[in-house]
Design a protein around this ligand. Structure first.
Ligand code: FES
Length: 247
């Protein structure tokens, strides 16, 4: 299939950047990132600077691939990371616009690469779990209600890609923060710091320039792991309890 790619090129954080058109010919069996690899091989061969983009596992696990494709984080396929997106989802002759995540808290490093270390700082603010867990106990020695275990596992599926931030009109990282708070706050080991964790993580979230949540729901729709919006309700409840407890 023959395609026109309109790719955001930006030499560095202080460069204005702009969209540049490239013609590519690629098999419909190729993945989106393989298509960019092919383009980059050609650009390198022609002595041009290849397009910088983030990737690592290419299996939907690490959360590194982070492209806004035709205005949608991770592209048109629901519950799919960019690395799992295939060219058969597009039509021959299509023009595809490829941009980086756009958010104040995710400054562009180069081309399609943004700095997502703000997520690491939110995690760091949550601190560690002080409950001594020792060696792995027998699976049923610490009872956890089944609905809590299921919800904790669902929240733990968050891969920290940042699509929720890129999709949110407020640039909020509330879905990400709430997923982390939910998966720790539902399990027995997460109880000792449950309320200080939510207050500290949210304070850091705001300090880093992420916007507030106004329940638009765009985050959940863009999430490749379909983290439900309910996690934000849990965050808000824990935040209220933290305030009542003076932390
Ligand atoms: S490269 Fe790891 S999730 Fe896409």
């Amino acid at each position: 299939m023959k395609l026109t790619l309109r790719i955001w090129r930006q030499r560095g954080p202080r460069d204005n950047g702009g969209l540049v058109d490239y013609q590519v010919e690629i098999s419909s069996d190729a993945s989106f990132l393989e298509m960019l690899d092919v383009l980059n091989e050609r650009l390198t061969g022609e002595g041009e600077e290849p397009v910088a983009f983030d990737h690592d596992c290419r299996e939907g696990i690490c959360g590194m691939c982070s492209l806004v494709i035709d205005g949608t984080p991770h592209g048109p396929e629901k519950a799919t990371t960019t690395c799992q997106l295939h060219m058969r989802k597009f039509a021959d002759g299509d023009t595809i616009t490829v941009e980086p995540w756009r958010a104040k808290a995710f400054p562009v490093v180069k081309d399609l690469v943004v700095d997502r270390s703000a997520f690491d700082r939110i995690i760091q603010a949550g601190g560690y779990i002080t409950a001594p867990t020792g060696a792995a106990p027998e699976a049923h020695s610490v009872p956890v209600p089944k609905p809590d275990a299921d919800f904790a596992f669902q929240a733990a599926e968050c891969i920290g890609c940042g699509a929720c931030v890129a999709a949110c009109p407020n640039g909020s990282a509330m879905l990400f923060t709430a997923a982390k708070i939910t998966h720790l706050g539902l399990l027995p080991q997460g109880q000792p710091e449950r309320y200080s964790r939510v207050a500290d993580m949210l304070e850091t979230h705001d300090e880093l320039g992420f916007g507030g949540c106004t329940n638009t729901g765009e985050c959940t729709l863009a999430c490749p792991k379909e983290i439900p919006q309910d996690v934000i309700g849990r965050l808000n409840k824990d935040l209220l309890r933290a305030a009542k407890k003076g932390r």
